[in-house]
Design a protein around this ligand. Sequence first.
Ligand SMILES: [Fe+2]
Ligand SMILES: [Fe+2]
Length: 177
Amino acid sequence: MHQAINALYEEHVIIIQAAGIARDARRLIDTEPARYADTMRSLLTFFREYADQYHHHKEEEVLFPEMAQQNELLADGVLQEMLENHADFRGMLDDIEGLLREERWSDAQDAVDRYCEALQDHIAVENDEVFHMAETLLNADELDRVRFRFEDGDRERGDARKAELAAMLDTLTTADL
Ligand SMILES: [Fe+2]
Ligand SMILES: [Fe+2]
């Protein structure tokens, strides 16, 4: 696998880890609601920054446009579907934030579960279909260019902040939810 595609796979692993923590957090609602709220706010930050800014940027601004250039049909098909998913995810996170603000924990968690399920389905389509297409459509030079642009994007947003967001997940995991 080319390093550019591998970078996206590795981010997916971390995002799936966050989704697992988010689902497990339900058990805190009755016993430790304050900790539930803190955990969810941390996860919202993670999903908005790590998943949406660092990761979705790579797909939306770099990889998908490169793929669409090679095959115009893709732009209206699966890539369009992926972009619509990303937009839906932003709306879902806003809804979750609103429910948390109103301290409607159980409704918030139902929305979190729906978000995580949709996110996992989305990632499965990218892993199983979209990334294989990318490796077929783009040659090694084009994939190298994609990788450099991924690295530039991370650097602009902050490599240290990206590492901090991933490390934050470990603290939530080891906190024995
Ligand atoms: Fe995506
Ligand atoms: Fe993705």
